[in-house]
Design a protein around this ligand. Structure first.
Ligand SMILES: Cc1cc2nc3c(=O)[nH]c(=O)nc-3n(C[C@H](O)[C@H](O)[C@H](O)COP(=O)(O)OP(=O)(O)OC[C@H]3O[C@@H](n4cnc5c(N)ncnc54)[C@H](O)[C@@H]3O)c2cc1C
Length: 309
């Protein structure tokens, strides 16, 4: 026998979800930061700067520019970051990796950033070229912790580091990875930014573990608005990120329908951020992939408004 309550009673007594943030209802817009990639061609340069100009009025706390291993994008990262300092009101953070470089080379790049007015570095180990196993440069900083300490010797940079709610794929264990994160923060980093994730409960459990390990710095969630499932699967499998069934289901049948995929992507990311906000998190880092519209729309939904002038 069906013992569930009649429809109207079920509607009126069932679980409630919170409404979209209402202006003046005590909800402060979250603090945002945006990640960009250095451009490889003139067309991509134009796309990047269109993206930067579109997002600039949202007054993010900082914008970061990624850094490719092995000299591939290093000059472009430097050029992009220094142009952000020169031509915009944004605060840039330069990603810097230690893979494949001597300490002297890394220190020289850090010095040049400091001289150009860059005060924030996202300090990373980086990865070995595809198919190779990571090995430290014989005269280099072996891991990100060593890089953080080295950067602090160069200048009093603000430093962010990477965190992995689902564990870094090469870490011996979750505990070892957490200890590594704590070492990076103890060496002088003031915040961690996470790899992207979709299972919010995994991130929230990770925060509990961080706190239990004595970490008090913010572990800012990295949010990736997703429109391209094939690209996502590739990135996720390289970095050990799980893609929940519900996310696959969201995009079922939309392979040939980019417009709907983009609308779904905005809702999924906004919902993820709102769920995190409901759990107390009020800082978010967006992986923009140099495309501003989704990030702009999600920021707008969250109550962030452009400040012109
Ligand atoms: C927010 C964010 C931004 C990123 N930006 C870039 C970028 O711009 N350019 C780029 O190339 N990559 C970037 N990455 C990717 C990053 O370089 C890779 O994930 C890399 O594999 C690890 O970098 P890490 O700084 O976390 O390394 P580390 O913190 O050094 O850790 C790397 C691995 O080594 C282990 N480990 C650390 N210390 C020791 C030790 N003493 N002995 C044994 N094992 C140890 C750790 O547990 C972990 O498994 C980014 C990642 C994130 C999350």
């Amino acid at each position: 026998m069906d013992t569930s309550p009649p429809t109207l009673e079920r509607w009126l007594t069932g679980p409630r979800i919170s409404a979209l943030p209402v202006r003046g209802a005590g909800t402060k817009p979250p603090a945002l930061s945006f990640e960009f990639m250095p451009p490889k061609t003139e067309t991509m340069e134009h796309q990047l700067w269109t993206c930067i100009r579109r997002l600039e009025p949202l007054r993010p706390r900082f914008v970061s520019v990624t850094y490719g291993a092995g000299g591939s994008t290093q000059a472009r990262t430097h050029a992009t970051v220094t142009r952000i300092v020169r031509d915009t009101g944004l605060v840039p953070a330069a990603h810097l990796t230690c893979v494949g470089a001597s300490r002297a080379d890394v220190d020289a790049i850090a010095h040049s950033y400091w001289e150009a007015g860059v005060r924030h570095i996202v300090a990373l180990r980086g990865d070995a070229p595809a198919g190779e196993t990571y090995a430290p440069h014989p005269e280099g900083y072996p891991f990100a912790t060593d890089l953080v300490a080295g950067l602090k010797r160069v200048a009093p940079f603000e430093i962010s580091v990477a965190a992995y709610p689902e564990k870094h794929p090469q870490a011996a264990s979750h505990v070892a990875d957490l200890e590594n994160l704590k070492r990076k923060l103890d060496a002088g980093a003031s915040r961690a930014i996470t790899n992207f994730f979709f299972d919010t409960s995994v991130y929230l459990r990770f925060l509990d573990l961080c706190l239990a390990a004595g970490i008090t710095a913010p572990i800012v969630p990295g949010i990736m608005p997703v429109t391209n499932l094939a690209g996502l699967r590739r990135m996720a499998s390289m970095s050990g990120i799980s893609i929940p069934d519900w996310l696959m289901h969201m995009f079922d049948g939309l392979d040939e329908d980019l417009e709907t995929r983009r609308m779904v992507a905005a809702v999924v990311a906004a919902e993820q951020v709102r769920l995190l906000q409901a759990n107390g998190v009020d800082e978010f880092h967006f992986y923009t992939l140099n495309r501003p519209d989704l990030t702009y729309a999600i920021a707008h939904i969250l109550g962030v408004r452009a400040e012109l002038g």
